[in-house]
Design a protein around this ligand. Structure first.
Ligand SMILES: Cc1cc2nc3c(=O)[nH]c(=O)nc-3n(C[C@H](O)[C@H](O)[C@H](O)COP(=O)(O)OP(=O)(O)OC[C@H]3O[C@@H](n4cnc5c(N)ncnc54)[C@H](O)[C@@H]3O)c2cc1C
Length: 368
């Protein structure tokens, strides 16, 4: 039991970790922050497992895809300095720098020891959030004035018709490649699987309902600019939900490195509308969607009724939950659940955005 304190972060994955680093950087004393995580003190544990499963080698994000509180210096500068080469910086200027997964994970490990992360983490799953006049109770752990919920994505999504099939594995679960396999889905994870399975000598059937978009980042770049975000925040709920729906369309980056392996695969790569007798079915179909699929958020909505729209909890532009945030307390969301405030919430840039919104809200209360 921690007994309660000023700030709590529920979920110690990459979003919670970025928030902790940002709070420390913003001057919140470490002994006033408690992080609750169900699995332990490795902030990259969940991410690493998923990235390893699809054999991801490079980040989709660019130099600013890291967990530091400020975008600069990014991973390109780190790589340039370590490799005594300006090349990463040149690539970064042209939006072509994508750190390796190894570089990214090294950065997480370095930051983790620098900010004293281990000391902040209490290993436990928070089941229930209570609302108090002066904050939020988290199970029996006490009351916290400011709480950031960063429980990560819900369970993996497996299409109903494939769920009981012994040939089925989700892309984010560890797996080898059969000789003849189908990959369901057409986003970044699917494209990574096509490439790696072809390189392993497999025959690959891409099963898709929609043609994937070719986009460098998971969200169109203009939506990440200040101007784009202002316009996004000015939308009415129906329009905003429609924008978020469009972002669900599968996409992966353009470029030779993605196209050539498919061309070289020749007849070993084909596209079909349905699974048809393959020995293995890899579901690159992401996670179940919406607050209702995430137990902690489902409980929050059921018991405390913050406004929702479709699958989303309605948030203020700074990722706080308006009805539960006031001059005395803050409740904010980070990670995919914070899409209402930031369309790319489920990225490292999104984690930083939510972290800064939370820090500002905490600082506002502290100066009152
Ligand atoms: C394969 C893959 C590759 C990606 N590549 C990139 C990339 O290149 N660039 C980029 O910017 N983004 C990338 N992303 C997206 C994004 O960075 C990740 O999804 C990110 O890990 C989300 O972090 P999170 O903290 O929200 O969730 P998670 O990392 O899943 O962490 C959530 C944590 O919360 C804990 N938790 C859950 N519920 C509770 C509870 N009730 N009580 C206590 N603890 C709880 C869990 O144990 C977990 O540790 C990628 C995602 C995937 C899956």
């Amino acid at each position: 039991m921690s007994g309660g304190s000023e700030c709590a972060v529920v979920g110690g994955g990459l979003a919670g970790f970025t928030a902790y680093a940002t709070l420390i950087h913003g001057g919140i004393p470490p002994d006033e922050i408690t992080v609750f995580d169900a699995t332990g003190a490795d902030p990259a544990q969940a991410w690493r497992r998923r990235a390893n499963a699809i054999r991801q080698r490079r980040m989709r994000s660019e130099s600013n895809g890291h967990c530091l509180p400020t975008s600069f210096p990014g991973l390109a500068l780190r790589s340039a300095w370590r490799g005594h080469s300006v090349w990463p910086l040149v690539e970064s200027v042209c939006d072509r720098y994508h750190p390796t997964v190894e570089e990214f994970l090294e950065h997480v490990d370095e930051l983790r020891s620098r900010i004293g992360w281990e000391a902040a983490v209490v290993r436990t799953r928070v089941e229930r959030i209570g609302v108090r006049p002066d904050g939020f109770s988290l199970d029996e752990h006490g009351t916290f004035r400011h709480v950031l919920l960063a429980p990560g994505p819900a369970a993996v999504n497996v299409p109903e018709e494939l769920a009981g099939d012994p040939r089925t594995v989700h892309a984010y679960e560890p797996h080898e490649y059969a000789h003849d396999l189908a990959v369901v889905g057409a986003g970044m994870a699917a494209a990574t699987e096509w490439r790696n399975a072809l390189a392993a000598g497999a025959r690959v059937t891409s099963v898709r309902r929609r043609e994937p978009l070719r986009r460098p980042l998971s969200v169109p770049r203009p939506l990440l600019s200040r101007r784009g975000l202002r316009a996004f925040h000015a939308t009415r709920p129906l329009e905003r939900a429609a924008i978020l729906e469009t972002l669900l369309a599968p996409s992966y980056p353009p470029g030779r490195e993605w196209d050539e392996p498919l061309q070289c695969g020749g007849a070993r790569f084909r596209v079909e509308a349905e699974v048809n007798g393959e020995a293995q079915i890899i579901c690159a179909t992401g996670f179940r969607r919406g607050f209702g699929a995430q137990p902690l958020l489902a409980q929050l909505v059921a018991e405390h009724g913050p406004e929702t729209h479709g699958d989303w909890i309605v948030l203020a532009p700074d990722s706080t939950v308006p009805a539960l945030t006031n001059d005395e307390r803050t409740l904010a969301l980070a990670g995919v659940a914070a899409q209402w405030a930031y369309p790319a919430a489920d990225t490292l840039a999104g984690a930083k955005y939510a972290a800064h919104g939370f820090l500002r809200a905490v600082q506002r209360c502290r100066t009152r």
